[in-house]
Design a protein around this ligand. Sequence first.
Ligand SMILES: [Zn+2]
Length: 285
Amino acid sequence: MFTDSHCHIEDDETALRAAAAGVEAMLNAGRDLDEAEAQLLMCDRMARLRAAGGLAPMMWTSAGIHPDSAKAKLGRIGVDEIVKAAEKPQVIAIGECGLDYHYGADCINEQKEMFARHIEAAGVSGLPLMIHQREAEADMLEMLAAGKRKFPELAGVIHCFTSTPDFAKEVLALGFYISASGIVTFKSGAAVAEVFKSYPQDKILIETDSPYLAPVPYRGKTNEPAFVVKTAEKIAAIRGLTVEETARITTGNFFNLYHKATRPESGSDDGSAGCSVLGRKVQSV
Ligand SMILES: [Zn+2]
């Protein structure tokens, strides 16, 4: 089975199409606590469908404020609000949060303040950070290092990793994961793909970040979790693995990082020819 570790989807059909393609687990990332309700309900609908024997994915969500809205939400969302939202059973991560100096160069201080609250919330709740990072490497490393000093167990992932090998090295020193999006399949993504060639195998995730960044050969189309298979194929090729091994490894990594998510029953993530979903056989490719 494949796992999409970071997507933004709003309709059930998209989720069900993914399950039919072998993408049986996904983190439907939260960007704003005010809009979290729809995602929580979708997680519940998928869980009910699976319980009834349907071919639906395991779906979880996260609690956080995207850096795009950090400034607007600064007066209303504090550590307590994030921690409280994260207590819901469907919530397995703190985020999407982070620093984006590409689009948010005019509100760097507000972003840092909001990200600091997420680090605190992750430390208090024991949940990993799901981090958005763009053109803010130095501040990101400084803030994560400070977070680690205060909360030695702090864990997380730089989602949709697009940065340099040097930054990856520092991220690894913190024990964090990095996640590959469709960008690694782009011609222009060759340097980013290189980072995924050497990063430790037990610290790599794959994602779509749908509806954005559809991988080759779907580039330009609306992205969806079913397409994470293409990113898995690329990671398999650059690391000399089979696609099945890549699916098994990245799915295992997902459950290692997001420890609050219940692992599928044994035998369903073994990466062999297919996997059993409540009695139904599903091909993993
Ligand atoms: Zn996102």
